[in-house]
Design a protein around this ligand. Structure first.
Ligand code: PHE
Length: 450
C-alpha cells in the first residue's frame, strides 16, 4: 500500500510542508492580535510554554500514529485499536476530524480570499481602475464568493498534483518566499516612527495577566490552531514521512519554526499598528482596546499603507502576498485531509477526489459567505475553540491508552535507534497519557464555563 501512496522526498520537504501547514493566518494575524488583546508579553510567554509543553507532545502523537499506519486519520485510529468498540470510536473520531478540517477550510478560504482581493487592490489603483479597486476592498457577497473560489482553485490545483509534485514542491517554493517577504517588511517597519511603542506593548509582559483564565484559554486555542492539531493534517503529513526520519526531532523543528514565525509576525504587526497611529490612524476602539480582529488587517493596516504614499503600494503588496502565501501552504494541508480519506477509503483517483472535495468546500464557503453574520463566528468557534482541543484530546488518548507502548517505541526507533535512552522517551509517554489530557480537559472546561 505504501508504495502507491505519496511520500515526501526529503527531510527538508517534510519540514517545509509541515511548517507550511502550521504557519498560516493563525500565526501572522491570530498570534499578534491575541497577544495585543491579552497582555502582550504575558501572552507570548504562556503561548511558548503551551506550544512546547502541550502542543508539541500532541503533535508527536499525530506524527507517530500517521507514520506507523501510513494512512488517513479514519483508518489510522482503527488500525491502532484492538477491540471492536475502540475501532468504532476510532472511525468516528477520524470522521469527525475530516469534517472539522473541511469546515475549517470553508471559513479559511473566505478570509484567504480577502487577502487576495487586498493584494490586487493597489495594482488596480495604480493601473487606473479605482472603481474595481474600491469593490475589492468593500465587504460584499460577490467579492467574498469570487475570491474564495479563486483561492480554492489555487489550493485544489496544488493538492491535485500529489504529495511530492504538489504539496512538497509548492511548500518548498512558497515558504522561503514568505520568510523573505516577512524579513523585508519587519526591517522596513522597525525604522518607522512609532515602531518602538508597538514593540513595548508586544514584548513587555503585564505579569498581572499571566494567570488570567481568558489568556490561558486563548493561548491554548492559538497553539492548537497554529500547529494544525486534532484534525489529522499532521497525521497525514506524518504518514508521508520516510521510516528513517527522526520523528521527535522533526516535530521539534516544526514546533520551533511555527512559534518563531508567530513571534516574528508580532514584530511586524504590532509595531506597524503604532506606526499607523503615528500617521494619524486610530488604533484603539471605543472601549479603549487595541483594534484587533478583521479591522486591524483590513482597515488599520491598509489605512497605514495608504498614508505612506507611493512606498505604501509595494509595502501593501508585499504584506498581502505574505498573507496569501501563508494561507495557501496551510489550506493545502487542510484539503489533503478529506482528499486522502476519499482516495484511500473510497478508491477515488487523486484528481477526482481533489476536485470533488474542492467543489464541496467551495459550496460550504458560499453558504457561510451568504449567511455571514449567522454562520461565520459559529463555525470558527465550533471548529477551532471546541473541536480542535477535543480531537487533540482523543488523539492523545488513542496514542497512549488504546495503542501499545511497544509499538510506539518500535515506530520511533526506526528513525532514532537510541530513543529508549533519550529524554524524550523518559517523559513523553507518561506525559501524553496523563498530563496532556488533564490539561486539555481543564482548559476546555474553563473555556466552556468562561
Ligand atoms: N495552522 C494554520 C494557521 O496557523 C491553520 C490550520 C488549522 C491548518 C488546522 C491546518 C489545520 O493558520
Amino acid at each position: 500500500m505504501s508504495s502507491s501512496r505519496g511520500q515526501f522526498s526529503s527531510k527538508t520537504g517534510f519540514i517545509l510542508a509541515a511548517s507550511g501547514s502550521a504557519v498560516g493566518l493563525g500565526n501572522i494575524w491570530g498570534f499578534p492580535t491575541n497577544a495585543a488583546e491579552n497582555g502582550g508579553g504575558a501572552f507570548v510567554l504562556i503561548y511558548f510554554v503551551l506550544a512546547f509543553f502541550l502542543a508539541y507532545p500532541a503533535l508527536m502523537a499525530e506524527l507517530i500514529i500517521g507514520r506507523h499506519t501510513k494512512s488517513n486519520m479514519v483508518s489510522a485510529l482503527q488500525q491502532i485499536s484492538t477491540g471492536k468498540k475502540a475501532k468504532r470510536i476510532g472511525k468516528y473520531t477520524g470522521l469527525y476530524g475530516v469534517i472539522i478540517a473541511t469546515l475549517i477550510l470553508s471559513f479559511y478560504s473566505i478570509i484567504a480570499g480577502w487577502m487576495l482581493a487586498f493584494l490586487l487592490e493597489p495594482l488596480l489603483t495604480i493601473t487606473g481602475f479605482p472603481e474595481i479597486s474600491a469593490w475589492l476592498t468593500a465587504f460584499g457577497n460577490t467579492r467574498n464568493i469570487i475570491f474564495s473560489a479563486v483561492f480554492m482553485l489555487l489550493t485544489t490545483a496544488v493538492v491535485s498534483a500529489g504529495v511530492e509534485e504538489g504539496i512538497e514542491k509548492w511548500s518548498c517554493r512558497l515558504m522561503p518566499s514568505m520568510l523573505l517577504l516577512m524579513a523585508c517588511l519587519i526591517a522596513y517597519v522597525m525604522f518607522q516612527e512609532g515602531a518602538i511603542a508597538g514593540l513595548k506593548v508586544y514584548l513587555l509582559p503585564d505579569f498581572r495577566q499571566i494567570g488570567d483564565p481568558q489568556l490561558i484559554a486563548s493561548a491554548m486555542g492559538q497553539a492548537f490552531f497554529s500547529l494544525s492539531l486534532g484534525v489529522g493534517t499532521m497525521l497525514i503529513y506524518g504518514s508521508y514521512l520516510r521510516p528513517d526520519e527522526n520523528l521527535p526531532t522533526m516535530g521539534a523543528i516544526v514546533t520551533l519554526v511555527d512559534s518563531s514565525i508567530a513571534f516574528l509576525a508580532g514584530l511586524l504587526v504590532l509595531p506597524a499598528l503604532f506606526v499607523a497611529q503615528e500617521n494619524g490612524v486610530t488604533i484603539y476602539n471605543a472601549a479603549g482596546n487595541l483594534i484587533a480582529g478583521p479591522d486591524l488587517i483590513f482597515q488599520t493596516l491598509p489605512a497605514l499603507f495608504h498614508d505612506m504614499g507611493t512606498i505604501g503600494i509595494p509595502v501593501g503588496l508585499v504584506f498581502f502576498s505574505l498573507m496569501t502565501i501563508a494561507a495557501l501552504t496551510s489550506s493545502i494541508s487542510m484539503l489533503e485531509v478529506p482528499v486522502s480519506y476519499t482516495i484511500e477509503n473510497h478508491g477515488a483517483s487523486r484528481s477526482l477526489a481533489t476536485w470533488l472535495i474542492g467543489v464541496i468546500i467551495f459550496s460550504s464557503s458560499t453558504l457561510i459567505a451568504l449567511n455571514f453574520d449567522a454562520l461565520f463566528t459559529v463555525v470558527v468557534t465550533l471548529t477551532t475553540e471546541y473541536s480542535q482541543p477535543l480531537l487533540g484530546l482523543m488523539l492523545c488518548i488513542f496514542a497512549t491508552w488504546v495503542w501499545h507502548r511497544d509499538m510506539i517505541l518500535t515506530e520511533i526507533r526506526s528513525g532514532h535507534p537510541q530513543v529508549e535512552q533519550s529524554l524524550f522517551w523518559k517523559i513523553w509517554p507518561g506525559y501524553v497519557r496523563y498530563c496532556c489530557p488533564a490539561l486539555i480537559i481543564l482548559m476546555f472546561i474553563q473555556n466552556v464555563v468562561g
